[in-house]
Design a protein around this ligand. Structure first.
Ligand code: 5GP
Length: 189
């Protein structure tokens, strides 16, 4: 059985990790997005089973009881997100490498469980002001939600030293290429 590798991309909300992840997934068919379970409501355009497995808080609790998660977090007040063991196994069984787009605490938990076989990348926004500008531009969050995300981001920025690689996203194209280079080196591609 070959060593099963996995990639974690983490960042404060709005730092650009979703754009970078999409770039990687489009370019490398052997990378596969690990779809998390989440209890928040789908945003416009989001699809169940594609962006997230959107489940109820009761179902989420049931999965915690069944030990179905590699990690889970209450990422925002009352909103739970978790990486499912069977999702990651499904990807490995397909001969692919899972890419986990998860929050900072979740990323630290996963790293501890897969020492040596996971690569963790932290995408850093150039500044908190820039992050605020991006979140406002995205128009998917209320003012209150933006404030919550910004205060969480400030806290998350204090954890950068936990990760294998920190990439500053001051230019999306450059950040995509840097991330790609780190991943290809890790996977020997
Ligand atoms: P959003 O609600 O904007 O889709 O995601 C909020 C945050 O939750 C993002 O930082 C995202 O990376 C994180 N997240 C998504 N799935 C998981 C997961 O399975 N576990 C953890 N810990 N965080 C997740």
């Amino acid at each position: 059985m070959p060593i099963q590798k996995l990639i974690i991309i983490t960042a404060p909300s709005g730092a650009g990790k979703t754009s970078i992840t999409r770039y990687l997934l489009d370019k490398y068919p052997l990378l596969s997005f690990s779809v998390s379970a989440a209890t928040r409501k789908p945003r416009q355009g989001e699809k169940d089973g594609f962006d997230y497995y959107f489940i109820s808080a009761e179902d989420f609790q049931q999965k915690i009881n069944e030990n179905a998660f590699i990690e889970w977090e209450m990422v925002y007040e009352g909103k739970y997100y978790g990486t499912l063991k069977n999702e990651v196994e499904r990807i490995w069984n397909a001969g692919k490498v899972p890419v986990l787009d998860i929050d900072v605490q979740g990323a630290i938990h996963v790293e501890k469980q897969f020492p040596g076989t996971c690569l963790s990348i932290f995408i850093q926004p150039p500044s908190i002001d820039e992050l605020k500008r991006r979140l406002e531009l995205r128009k998917t969050d209320s003012l209150e939600s933006i404030q919550t995300r910004l205060s969480k981001a400030k806290y998350e920025l204090s954890f950068t030293e936990h990760f294998d690689k920190v990439i500053v996203n001051d230019d999306l194209e450059k950040a995509c290429h840097e991330t790609e280079a780190v991943i290809c080196a890790f996977l020997g591609w």
